[in-house]
Every structure is written in structure tokens, then in C-alpha cells.
Design a protein around this ligand. Structure first.
Ligand code: ASP
Length: 327
């Protein structure tokens, strides 16, 4: 049997991070190139052929438009190459959910594409990156992995990019999945899917944007006034995401100002600053009357990604934006 041939795209992050001391806290993310990781993996004798391509060596807090374009192009080439089984992207955990979701929205589901990171630098005692990577190889090498969209492999779990979020700053088990739980559990020796591929044969949902429109996130706080809304519009935001209280709430004067922006053609999505839960329509805010959109299961970071993609694809009407958030 031939081994899967996997394209490995390196961007940096803690999985490629090194510190001054194996038991210290301080480290620099993204310093190590893929060759270091691959050399360690070679020693493990994995049943896979890895094709490394370094894209960046940075912490994912610095990842953005430039890297996203390169990643999307590399994944597109890999999807078209019959010799490639799937793609692993090594990535910092801070923004893995944003990169993963952007690729999920803009790539077909024909081959597995998996993001993998680590919470502990490569040279720290108890480093988790190697295990997460070996798990990712197991996932991509499984014929049942295609047709599930872009996935994130961390902490022995496989999460759908749309559902995944970083929910803890430092612990190894840092990611949560909402509204669905994990798609699978994985270890270096086992992989158990909890259902069949639910997106088999799906084409890309949206065209990859030619440029990303500016969408701002406004975090609500008790006693705030409406001035930050004007500030965001003033710097050229063409879409706004509210990281609201509870089910996407904000003081009445903020909601009123957001509704005015929506009436002026700026799509406004109400998400929540709460860690988990749905933001539904017309609960405490009259979305129908005010022309606002409810983010449903998407937190502010991923709501911003979806709204950027929608605006770039010419989708700005509140009903059409709502349909995309419901999807
Ligand atoms: N700041 C790091 C990054 O996102 C954290 C990590 O990788 O876990 O690149």
C-alpha cells in the first residue's frame, strides 16, 4: 500500500516556538522551520510522505491577508494535484479559528485540510506539538476525512473549523467546539469519527476575496456610549460586528446607532462577548425592525471573517447576510 502524500504548509506559531529554558514561560513563536519538525517526525517512522513548504515563521497574531492569500493558493494547487492526499497547516493557536474558517468558506471539501498547532513550545517540557502533528497525519491519511470541510486537530480532538474556538489561554486542552461537538477523537494509534462526512463533494461556498474589506469588532461594555460606532465608521469600516453582552445586547443608544449604520448600508452583525452560546434574532433586540443580523453560533472573530467574505462577494443585504450566518 502506498503512503499518503501530505503537503505540510508551515506558518509558525507555538508549535514552531522555542524558549530560553524548557521549564520557563517565555518563548518566541514561529522561530523554527518545518525542517526541524519533519526531522523529528522522520525518526518516528510515520506511514506518510510529508512535502514541506514554509510559508511564514510568525506568531499567528501577525497572520493576515498576505499569508491567507498564499495559503489559499497552495491549498488550491494541492486540491488539484492527484498525487497529494491532503494538507496540514501548522499554525499558531491564537488565530487558527480565523484562518481555518476563511479557508473553510472558500475551498471545496474534496480533500482533507487540517490546521494543527500547539500550546507549548517545541522545546518545552511536555510539549504537545508533536503529538498534535502525528494526530493530524493520522486524520489526513484516513479516506473518511474528506467531505468534512477544513478541520482543526488539537488535544486529541478533530474539530470543524466553523465550530472551533480557542477557549483557554494556556492549557493543552484549549479548544472548544460549538454548536456541534468534535467530529472525531484521535490519537497516534486510533481515529474514531462520530458520523459520516457531512459535506461530501461540496464546492467552495464563496469566492476567495480579491481584497478584504474592513470590518470592525465593537466590544460592548456596561455604561458605554455610542461614540465607538462612529469611530469605527470613521476609519472606513464597511461592516460591523458587535461583541455584545449576553445574546448580543448593548446599551440602547449603541443599538440605535448601529441600526442607523445598517440603514445606511453597513451590515451589522450582533455576536456576543460571552464564551459560548447562540445569538438568535429578535430576542431582546428587534432585528427585524432595525435591520440587524444575529450571529447565531459564531463568536466575534469568526463573525468578522464571514462578514468580510460576504461583503467581498457582494452580499450586504441583511436577509442574505442572515442566511449565511444561519447556514
Ligand atoms: N501566540 C501564539 C500563536 O498564535 C500562540 C500559539 O501558537 O499557541 O502563534
Amino acid at each position: 500500500m502506498t503512503h499518503p502524500r501530505i503537503l505540510v504548509l508551515g506558518t509558525g506559531g507555538t508549535i514552531a516556538g522555542a524558549g530560553a529554558h524548557a521549564t520557563g514561560a517565555a518563548y518566541r513563536p514561529g522561530g523554527l522551520g518545518l525542517e526541524v519538525l519533519i526531522a523529528h517526525l522522520d525518526a518516528l517512522g510515520l506511514a506518510a510522505e510529508l512535502v514541506p513548504e514554509d510559508i511564514a515563521r510568525i506568531g499567528s497574531q501577525d497572520i493576515g491577508w498576505a499569508e491567507w492569500q498564499v495559503l489559499h493558493a497552495a491549498c488550491t494547487r494541492a486540491l488539484a494535484d492527484p498525487a497529494i492526499t491532503g494538507v496540514i497547516i501548522t499554525h499558531g493557536t491564537d488565530t487558527a479559528e480565523e484562518t481555518g474558517f476563511l479557508l473553510d468558506l472558500t475551498l471545496p471539501t474534496t480533500k482533507p485540510i487540517v490546521l494543527v498547532g500547539a500550546m507549548r513550545p517545541a522545546d518545552a517540557v511536555g510539549a504537545d506539538g508533536m503529538r498534535n502533528f502525528v494526530n493530524a497525519v493520522k486524520v489526513v491519511g484516513d479516506p473518511a476525512a474528506a467531505g468534512r470541510g477544513v478541520m482543526l486537530v488539537m488535544g486529541d480532538a478533530v474539530l470543524a473549523a466553523r465550530d472551533a474556538r480557542k477557549a483557554a489561554t494556556a492549557q493543552i486542552d484549549a479548544f472548544r467546539s460549538f454548536p456541534r461537538g468534535p467530529l472525531a477523537r484521535v490519537t497516534p494509534s486510533s481515529l474514531d469519527w462520530f458520523g459520516p462526512p457531512h459535506r461530501a463533494g461540496e464546492a467552495a461556498r464563496y469566492a476567495f476575496p480579491a481584497e478584504l474589506p474592513r470590518v470592525g469588532i465593537l466590544t460592548a461594555g456596561a455604561g458605554m456610549d455610542e461614540k465607538p460606532v462612529a469611530a469605527l465608521l470613521g476609519i472606513g469600516c464597511v461592516g460591523l460586528v458587535l461583541a455584545g453582552m449576553g445574546q448580543g445586547n448593548a446599551p440602547a443608544r449603541v443599538i440605535k446607532t448601529l441600526a442607523r449604520a445598517a440603514a445606511n448600508g453597513v451590515p451589522v452583525v450582533r455576536s456576543t462577548r460571552v464564551d459560548e452560546g447562540l445569538v438568535d434574532r429578535n430576542v431582546e433586540v428587534d432585528d427585524d425592525g432595525l435591520g440587524l443580523v444575529a450571529a447565531r453560533a459564531l463568536g466575534p472573530a469568526k463573525a468578522r471573517v464571514l462578514l468580510m467574505v460576504l461583503i467581498a462577494n457582494g452580499v450586504t443585504d441583511a436577509a442574505a447576510v442572515q442566511a449565511a450566518f444561519d447556514g
